[in-house]
Every structure is written in structure tokens, then in C-alpha cells.
Design a protein around this ligand. Structure first.
Ligand SMILES: Cc1cc2nc3c(=O)[nH]c(=O)nc-3n(C[C@H](O)[C@H](O)[C@H](O)COP(=O)(O)OP(=O)(O)OC[C@H]3O[C@@H](n4cnc5c(N)ncnc54)[C@H](O)[C@@H]3O)c2cc1C
Length: 269
């Protein structure tokens, strides 16, 4: 039986791995379909301390290299079910089954994509899902927001404060197609743009936890003391438990916090 399994290989999972490995637990990270997590889809990260402007894949590679050097092990698998018992947590993957004393869920929260033509092609090439992260790259440029609801108002204000010209807010049903020159997005609907921000609901990747730990109505893991779930052997960190501020540095901090909580005697939970 593993001492600790981490589900998810984004900043939260990798950072937790570093802490648990340094404590001698040799944790196993189950990577999931999106190895490295959401940052693998962006070329511009300028707010993670220490590295200046860096691509997401480069930042993740640096954290992962550190984790591997310290003894974190990785399994390419996708978790489909977990079931906690008094002395262990059983984890079912698509490829293998696992058992551990303690489990950390760090599965992130993906954007609800529109799945419209051109979206996949221009994702990260003019289409962004993170206003906080990417607004600064569009100062003096034309951008549109694709989405509905109150989030679009906040996004517009943030983009304008960053110096972008918001030329329209388009409901996903009115986009039709994302068009570009093959390399970069140039048009959404009938608007010529340099960029588009998708502002739709974030979807926590927590379906396999339904009925296992408490989730809120949107599927985010409900935590107490930052990382404790309603099941004593299961912890949560990063975007999957953070309905408000989803950033890499916050996820990494949560990962560190969760690892330390996992290392503490259960009386100190
Ligand atoms: C386009 C874009 C740009 C961004 N830019 C910035 C930025 O500049 N600065 C910043 O601070 N933040 C940025 N963010 C936000 C940042 O990426 C997230 O806050 C951060 O990645 C969250 O880390 P995480 O570890 O919680 O989850 P994620 O990075 O989402 O990682 C989740 C991991 O869980 C795995 N997983 C999911 N389900 C399963 C399963 N069932 N079984 C096994 N594994 C599973 C996935 O494969 C993945 O490895 C950006 C996000 C996006 C989408």
C-alpha cells in the first residue's frame, strides 16, 4: 500500500509531491489526461514568483524536474473512483487500481469550453480562458469576451484596466466559429480581434468524488482548514477546491499546505 497518492500533476499536485517526498513518503502522482495541468496550455506566465516571464510548459517542467529529483513517482492513469475505509483509501484508475493511507485530490478545474469550430485550433493562440493571467498581453489590442452572466462584466472591467479595447461581449451561441490565419485568431463572429477571452463556468474535475466527500453545488470540494475534506483520509488542494481565486501560486501553496496536513498526526487535522 502506498503511503500517499496525489491525483493530479498541476502546480498543486507537484508541489505537494515535493513536500511529501522530502518527508520520505515517496508519493505516487497519478497524472491524469492533462499531464502538467492547465498551465500547459499557456505561453505566458508572468506572475509566478522567481522565473519572470515564462511559458506554462517551462514552469511545469521546472517544478516536475524538482519533484522527480526528490523521488516523486508518476503513473499515467486517470482516476475513475475512490473509496475510503477506516485504514486506507482504494483508488480505481482506468489502467490500474491503487491503495494508499492518504489521498490528495488536486484535479484542478477546467473551463467549460464552447466546443465551437476553431476553438481547439486557436486555444492559446488568441483564445484565453484566464483574464487575470493574460489581460496584460492585450494592452492596446482589440479583444472580445465570449460568455454570459455577471463574470463578463468583471472581465470587461479587468481587461479595460489592463489597457485592452473590449470590442464586444458575445454569447457562445452567437459565435458561430473562431476564425484565424492558421497561426493566430483574427475574428470571432463578425468582430475582428487580436484575442478572445472565454468567460464561462469553471468545471471542477471532481465527478469521481460525488458521494465520497462533500462537494458544493458546482462540484468544488468543500474544505475546512484549507485542505481537509469531509473524509479523514482524503485531502484537497488547488483549483478543484478553490471556487474563487484560481492561480498557480495559490494552487502550489495549497499543495504545500495539504502535504503538511497529510504529514501531521490525525489528531492535529
Ligand atoms: C489558459 C490559462 C492560462 C493561465 N495562466 C495563468 C497565469 O499566467 N498565472 C497563474 O497563476 N495561473 C494561470 N492560470 C491558472 C492556473 O493554470 C491554475 O490556477 C492552476 O493550474 C491550478 O493548478 P491545479 O494543480 O489546482 O490544477 P490543474 O493545473 O488544473 O491540474 C489538474 C491536474 O489534475 C489532473 N486530473 C484531472 N482529473 C483527473 C483524474 N480523474 N485522474 C487523474 N488526474 C486528473 C489533470 O490531468 C491535471 O494534471 C491559467 C489557466 C489557464 C487555463
Amino acid at each position: 500500500m502506498e503511503k500517499a497518492i496525489i491525483v493530479g500533476s498541476g502546480p498543486a499536485g507537484l508541489t505537494a509531491g515535493i513536500y511529501l517526498a522530502r518527508a520520505g513518503l515517496r508519493p505516487l502522482v497519478i497524472e491524469g489526461m492533462e499531464s502538467g495541468g492547465q498551465l500547459m496550455t499557456t505561453n505566458h506566465v508572468d506572475n509566478y514568483p522567481g522565473l519572470g516571464l515564462v511559458t506554462g510548459p517551462k514552469l511545469i517542467a521546472a517544478i516536475r524536474e524538482q519533484a522527480e529529483r526528490l523521488g516523486v513517482r508518476f503513473a499515467m492513469d486517470e482516476v475513475t473512483a475512490v473509496s475510503p475505509a477506516s485504514d486506507r483509501v482504494s483508488v480505481k484508475g482506468m489502467i490500474a487500481d491503487y491503495e494508499c493511507e492518504k489521498l490528495l485530490v488536486a484535479t484542478g478545474a477546467g473551463v467549460e469550453k464552447t466546443n465551437l469550430p476553431g476553438e481547439a485550433r486557436y486555444w492559446g493562440r488568441g483564445i484565453s480562458a484566464c483574464v487575470t493571467c493574460d489581460a496584460a498581453f492585450y494592452a492596446g489590442k482589440r479583444v472580445a469576451i465570449v460568455g454570459t452572466g455577471p463574470g463578463t462584466t468583471g472581465a470587461k472591467a479587468y481587461l479595460e484596466k489592463a489597457g485592452a479595447q473590449v470590442v464586444g461581449i458575445v454569447a457562445p451561441g452567437e459565435v458561430g466559429e473562431f476564425q484565424g490565419d492558421g497561426q493566430k485568431l483574427t475574428q470571432v463572429g463578425d468582430l475582428a480581434v487580436d484575442g478572445v477571452f472565454i468567460v464561462t463556468a469553471r468545471v471542477p474535475q471532481t465527478g469521481f468524488l460525488r458521494g465520497v466527500v462533500d462537494l458544493d453545488d458546482k462540484g468544488f470540494v468543500v474544505t475546512q482548514n484549507r485542505v481537509l475534506t469531509s473524509s479523514p483520509r482524503i485531502f484537497a488542494a488547488g483549483d478543484c477546491a478553490e471556487p474563487k481565486f484560481r492561480q498557480a501560486i495559490i494552487a502550489a501553496g495549497d499543495g504545500a499546505y495539504a502535504a503538511l496536513a497529510m504529514l501531521a498526526p490525525s489528531a492535529n487535522r
